[in-house]
Design a protein around this ligand. Structure first.
Ligand code: NDP
Ligand code: 2IT
Length: 446
């Protein structure tokens, strides 16, 4: 088996040189899916995983814009249209200085499996630009978004490809991009998700990824008769996903001890309560400042410059910032401090070695493609509401989100069942694969 997997990975890597994040994502899936393919005749000999590892289409384009001092700047924009077997391409846009082809291809590949798990008819895609929004004025961000959409609009559409937010792309950026798309096409359609409530957005979409990751953790903990009440939770990040993960954790009666950004983490031993979280939301979403401001306001808390929060002892860890932010040493530290549940809000935040430690220490570990699927699931519900020209209440959307997270937990548990527990990573990979592979087989070699 080892030989078959290595030969497959060798072929993919020859075709995708210098793409370490993409290879990491493909390798993680290959380890569990190839043995399943070999054991199941209908998938064997069809080169199906190789086809899934090749994007249907990659668009790369120039994004010129003018900064506040009148200087002309140039960024690179991308859209990876990975797989449309079960629905139109769907996935976020990331604006971050680190963005490159490898990162967006890994995200698009993961998205295909994740979207299949949501039970909704969505294919997978991802896009973005190597644009750094930090320190830019609203007017600069608007000009950038307009320039980005001036090219992207020809590739997307409500039945073709429906982008949304990711790192560096929130409600403000979606608004500017939607405005430009509408102007260029002279059409008001649900071409983006994460829209504002008064112009086609869905209630609960901002909350959905963070809430969903907590619901998934709840489902995992129930398998051991445990709940969030009274537990200590360590969260990384302080953006969209981290904020609403924290909000739900607090609502469930647990204590949030940390949050972070790329400058370091804050530790509040008294717990970040609703009021303190409100301060963080204001700080990050409105004044767009750094997390260390928290300790000026709440003096019992400490700021740890350049560090990650995994050394703080906890029951539950939720990495909600970025890829590869939790390595093997962090996993060991978490486990030795008593952590037994890890629910990923970010995409691929744990390194492969960290995941091995979780598995070998019986940690309830949920890979992002399962546990953070609530965001894209509610994007799917936003598309459904747009098609109906109708909107559901908060309660309706939240109930659907909870039901979807329960279904994802259930399908991962059934494909990932072990003698003495559940391997959610294996379950998520195989369940996502089966749904997409069945559709691809039915549609022929296209
Ligand atoms: P935001 O831009 O709102 O927040 C990102 C947070 O992560 C910020 O606190 C940011 O700090 C931190 N961060 C980003 N890059 C790094 C880095 N290289 N090192 C350390 N910290 C970093 O993004 P989201 O909350 O939307 O996304 C967070 C994660 O969740 C990503 O992995 C994303 O792919 C994933 N995700 C998002 C979904 C969504 O609906 N938005 C859905 C599913 C997954 P700083 O401000 O200093 O950069
Ligand atoms: O990684 C993700 O699932 C997202 N950034 C959300 C994608 C979406 O289309 O809502």
């Amino acid at each position: 088996m080892e030989k078959i997997i290595n030969a497959f990975l060798q072929e993919v890597s020859q075709r995708n040189t210098n793409e370490p994040e993409f290879m990491q994502a493909v390798s993680e899936v290959a380890q569990t899916v190839i043995p399943y393919i070999v054991a199941n005749d209908i998938y064997h000999g069809k080169n199906i995983l190789m086809r899934m590892a090749e994007p249907e289409r990659v668009v790369m384009f120039r994004v010129p814009w003018i900064d506040h001092s009148g200087e002309i700047r140039v960024n690179r924009g991308y859209r990876i249209e990975m797989n449309s077997a079960i629905g139109p391409y769907k996935g976020g846009l990331r604006f971050h200085e680190s963005v490159n082809l490898s990162i967006l291809k890994f995200l698009a590949f993961e998205q295909v499996f994740k979207n299949a798990l949501t039970t909704l008819p969505m294919g997978g895609g991802k896009g973005g630009a190597d644009f750094n929004p930090k320190g830019k004025s609203d007017a600069e961000v608007m000009r950038f978004c307009q320039s980005f959409m001036t090219e992207l609009f020809r590739h997307i559409g409500p039945n073709r490809d429906i982008p949304a937010g990711d790192i560096g792309v929130g409600g403000r950026e979606i608004g500017y991009m939607f405005g430009q798309y509408k102007r260029l096409k002279n059409e008001f359609t649900g071409v983006l998700t994460g829209k504002g409530i008064s112009w086609g957005g869905s209630l609960i979409r901002p909350e959905a990824t963070g809430y969903g990751a907590v619901y998934f953790a709840q489902n995992m903990m129930e398998t051991r008769g445990a709940s969030f009440t009274g537990k200590n939770v360590v969260i990384s990040g302080s953006g969209n996903v981290a904020q609403y993960a924290a909000e739900k954790v607090i609502q469930l009666g647990a204590k949030v001890l940390t949050m972070s950004d790329s400058s370091g983490f804050i530790h509040d031993p008294d717990g970040i309560d609703e009021e303190k979280l409100g301060f963080i939301m204001q700080l990050k979403n409105m004044s767009r400042q750094r997390i260390d401001k928290y300790v000026e306001q709440y003096t019992n808390a400490s700021f740890h410059k350049g560090e990650k929060p995994w050394g703080i002892s906890c029951d539950i860890a939720m990495p909600c910032a970025t890829q590869n932010e939790l390595d093997a040493a962090d996993a060991k530290t978490l486990i030795s401090n008593g952590c037994y549940c890890v629910s990923e809000g970010a995409n691929m935040p744990s390194t492969p070695d960290a995941i091995l430690h979780f598995h070998s220490n019986n940690v309830l570990y949920a890979p992002g493609k399962a546990s953070n699927a609530g965001g894209v699931a509610v994007s799917g519900l936003e598309m459904a509401q747009n098609s109906l020209r109708y909107s559901w209440t908060r309660e309706e959307v939240d109930q659907r989100l909870q039901a979807i997270m329960k279904d994802i937990h259930q399908v991962c548990a059934s494909y990932g069942k072990l003698k003495d527990g559940i391997n959610y990573e294996k379950g998520a990979n195989i369940a996502g694969f089966v749904k997409v592979a069945d559709a691809m087989l039915a549609q022929g070699v296209v």
